[in-house]
Design a protein around this ligand. Sequence first.
Ligand code: ADP
Ligand code: ADP
Length: 219
Amino acid sequence: ETILKISNLHKKYKNVHAVNNVSLEIHKGNVYGILGPNGSGKSTTLGIVLNVVNKTSGDFEWFDGKSSTHDALKKVGAIIERPNFYPYMTAGENLKLVCKIKDIPFTKINEKLELVGLLDRKDSKFKTFSLGMKQRLAIASALLNDPEILILDEPTNGLDPQGIRQIRDLINLIAQQGTTILLASHLLDEVEKVCSHVIVLRYGVTLYQGTVDGMLANE
Ligand code: ADP
Ligand code: ADP
């Protein structure tokens, strides 16, 4: 079952070929990494498939093209920037707001807070959370509608070692539950620890594509 198919994608900014002929197929149940140093085109690629950045050429298709990109994106959970929650509202209140906006039943709130290990902090104000807790709340929020795929851009940036471990454990748990995951990272050990498949980018060009085990064997 194909979740996303990217074919010969290009993105050119004025002076930069940010994405240079990237192709990628994402199948249900796997965890995919986009690995590359800063500026290699990871965020641009994610932005294009999420319809927030315009492509220059090439194509992408969600769910075998059975629905429009607009409808398909309702089945996608994505965290591509620092999530903006209301600091003086509690975790539970913030998620309630998301449920209202997206027409999701409130019953999902406890389920997702429990999944990310924040159920006991449901009534704490967002501003009291550590960065790691904020990120886990963002993941809970992105999962409220039980998306087919979770997309994360540099999910552990800025976190301390304990926060990094918690996020990586959480990603593995979400993957075990059957959610397909696509994550962008500049950290080899992050991709090693959570991904089964990887595309390695540099200056927008694909350097390697395949299993993580294959990449490590090729080094
Ligand atoms: P990554 O996510 O791997 O750090 P990006 O996709 O953010 O890489 O950036 C890829 C390249 O495109 C970089 O050289 C970056 O400077 C450039 N770039 C990204 N966004 C823009 C933009 N809006 N305008 C001009 N150049 C951009
Ligand atoms: P960036 O790398 O995008 O510049 P930083 O990690 O430097 O982001 O964080 C910028 C600000 O956003 C900091 O004040 C930080 O406390 C806040 N922040 C970071 N992560 C989150 C989050 N998940 N939710 C809310 N605020 C956050």
